[in-house]
Design a protein around this ligand. Structure first.
Ligand code: SF4
Ligand code: SF4
Length: 262
């Protein structure tokens, strides 16, 4: 399954997903079903998606919305190593929401699980929601900077970021400092008609994004054409991140990955 679609280049896949996005944004939010599809067979563990995510969302030390795990499976000489990009699954039945203070985590009509930084504050609250999430999606923003006293804080850490469509400046010590943070499918980019940063940055074309309520979208076609799995399906959290799997060996490797959650 080196090529999940008949398309020849990543450029064509990205063009197709941007068209899908434009079509979806014309519909009312409650008619969109945002989802991510990941083809681990294309991943080389280069971490470009992790860096792009951190740049887009102004992630400080200790905060990462996207991780790439490495899992070995099988027995010598039949061993395999699978690279496993993971971010918040935007669950349709999110246990984090039940563990959070009222209104601090909500499920938007388009399916994104959103955090209200003004309500999801404090280390104790972070620990509660983090424990509730089976996928290790949360990080705690403890107010550090990469460039503090190096000798000077650099412009990129002073600049505002625009998560959830609002400007956030961490230098004032206000939220998102002191909050639990996680992936939101780059909601600020989606609403400006752009795909998530991890999707557009990856040269390998690992991640796909779109509207599963649109039968013609690339993500819908991929899930119809290939087998797929979700992480920890038995927990019934109903993740919106789907991992493609077509053959028995890939299924075994992925099962080893998908069984692990941190
Ligand atoms: S950018 Fe693509 S290939 Fe690199 S680690 Fe992320 S998903 Fe894997
Ligand atoms: S992956 Fe974790 S943080 Fe994301 S919606 Fe599911 S339970 Fe909540």
């Amino acid at each position: 399954m080196s090529t999940p679609t008949p398309m020849s280049t990543r450029g064509e896949e990205l063009g197709r997903m941007r068209e899908d996005l434009r079509r979806a944004l014309k519909k009312p939010a409650e008619q969109r079903h945002w989802a991510m599809v990941i083809n681990t067979k294309r991943c080389t563990a280069c971490y470009a998606c992790v860096v792009a995510c951190m740049a887009e969302n102004g992630s400080p030390p200790g905060v990462a919305y996207r991780r790439v795990g490495e899992v070995e499976s099988g027995e010598y000489p039949q061993v395999a190593r699978t690279f496993m990009p993971v971010n918040c699954m935007q669950c349709d039945n999110p246990p984090c929401m039940k563990a959070a203070p009222a209104g601090a985590i909500t499920k938007r009509p388009d399916g994104i699980v959103a955090v209200d930084y003004d309500k999801l504050k404090g280390k104790d609250v972070f620990e509660r929601v983090s424990k509730a999430c089976p996928y290790g999606a949360f990080s705690y923003d403890d107010g550090r900077f990469y460039t503090k006293e190096t000798p000077a804080l650099q412009a990129y850490e002073k600049a505002p970021t625009y998560e959830y469509g609002k400007p956030w400046v961490r230098t004032n010590g206000k939220p998102p400092v002191g909050t639990a943070r996680k992936c939101h499918f780059c909601v600020q980019r989606l609403e400006a008609g752009m795909l998530p940063a991890c999707v557009t940055t990856c040269d390998g074309g690992v991640s796909f994004f779109g509207d599963l309520n649109d039968a013609e979208s690339l993500v819908s076609k991929l899930l119809r054409a290939h087998g797929s799995m979700t992480m920890q399906a038995a927990l019934k959290t109903e993740p919106r991140v789907h991992y493609l799997v077509d053959d028995a060996q890939a299924a075994d490797s992925l099962k080893a990955c998908l069984a692990c959650h941190r």
